[in-house]
Design a protein around this ligand. Structure first.
Ligand SMILES: [Cu+2]
Length: 368
């Protein structure tokens, strides 16, 4: 008994201690109706340096009648500076590449995250649900028959105009494991009608660092630069906004027309197709952490491939990592080889449909 008591006392002391030392990090995030452009370069395909050809235009060519094109109404997570939700938090240039993704929520082991979530959409009921972190039933962000009631149900669906605070703890079990690098990635997303919510665009990521290996703002100390990329075929046929998009952009479309359905499969990286993803710029010699995630259906089997440089993934060298729906992978690159390099999904159909971009390593050696 004495042993158990000592163990319990020790456990309880550890919990109090880490909570006392941890930081409470506040994020002000709203879900917003947004018009998203998967290919701002249209009608040009920057990957090939020419206009889109006919097979590419299936996915990006709207016609005002029975095809929606490259712009869709969606709902995205956007970050504000404070609880008044009056000013957007400026997204720094090094995070421009996030594109359709919500803000990166960052913390170190031992911290607590409080997300003040406001639903600014006109008529969608939405939530925020995190992977990996520790939460109670009032901060799970997902409605199902889980035996709860009262205030434990308020997180299940935040209605338009309402605000709700989610509290997520970051214990050791949410941080990097023994074979992980000093920071790892988790997904967060809306989970009211999960497939419809995520295809509408309500997806973001959390980055969690080892406590003793992070700067005070939570950034890992062992890398010069971080990138987050989401490989996802946004299925606009399954989005909360399908009918609105048809009414606005393709009033003559038939919902069961197979060519129309195909044209609404946006094979994107961070919501960009055919090399429209901006901002993946590195200085030669930098150590870069890539957080690569995926989400979707049985067709969202992706293989992320870097030309020109390799990465370390769980101690193994590769230039391709495999992704399944809800995969969350963290790899590290020493960016030694300067140039403009293709970064794309290696699945044949996905290449044809535009799941490709580039990253740029500027010459001029950075030494460590
Ligand atoms: Cu793919």
């Amino acid at each position: 008994m004495a042993g158990i008591c000592i163990f319990l006392v020790a456990l309880s002391w550890t919990c109090v201690s880490s909570a006392a030392q941890g930081t409470v990090r506040h994020y002000y995030i709203a879900a917003e109706d947004t018009l998203w452009d998967f290919a701002p370069s249209y009608p040009d395909n920057p990957m090939m340096g020419r206009p889109f050809n006919n097979s590419e235009r299936i996915f990006v060519g709207g016609n005002g009648r029975d095809r929606i094109g490259h712009r869709y109404k969606k709902a995205l997570y956007r970050e504000y500076t404070d609880a008044s939700f009056s000013s957007y938090k400026t997204r720094p240039q090094e995070w421009e590449h996030l594109g359709i993704l919500g803000p990166v929520i960052r913390a170190s082991v031992g911290d607590t995250i409080k997300v003040i979530f406001k639903n600014n959409t006109v008529d969608k009921t939405l939530t925020m649900h995190p992977h990996g972190l520790s939460y109670d039933k009032a901060s799970e962000g997902s409605p199902y028959n889980d035996g709860t009631s009262g205030k434990d149900k308020l997180d299940d669906g935040v209605r338009p105009g309402e605000t709700y605070t989610y509290t997520w703890d970051v214990p050791e079990s949410a941080g990097p494991g023994p074979d992980d690098p000093d920071s790892i990635v988790w997904l967060y997303h809306s989970h009211t009608d999960e497939p419809a919510d995520t295809n509408a665009g309500l997806i973001g990521t959390l980055i969690i660092s080892r406590k003793d290996r992070a700067w005070p703002d939570g950034r890992p100390k062992d890398v010069d630069r971080e990138f987050v990329t989401l490989f996802k075929i946004f299925d606009e046929n399954a989005s909360l906004y399908l009918r609105e998009n048809m009414a606005a952009f393709a009033p003559e479309a038939e919902m069961d027309d197979e060519d129309f359905i195909e044209s609404n499969l946006m094979h994107s990286m961070n919501g960009y197709v055919y090399d429209n993803l901006p901002g993946l710029v590195i200085n030669q010699g930098e150590k870069v952490r890539w957080y690569v995630v995926a989400l979707g259906t049985e067709v969202d089997l992706h293989s992320a491939h870097w030309h020109g440089n390799t990465v370390l993934s769980s101690g193994q060298r590769t230039d391709v990592i495999e992704l399944m729906p809800a995969s969350m992978k963290t790899v590290t690159m020493i960016a030694d080889n300067p140039g403009e390099w293709m970064f794309h999904c290696h699945v044949d159909d996905h290449i044809k449909a535009g799941m490709m971009g580039r990253y740029i390593i500027r010459p001029g050696k950075t030494n460590h």
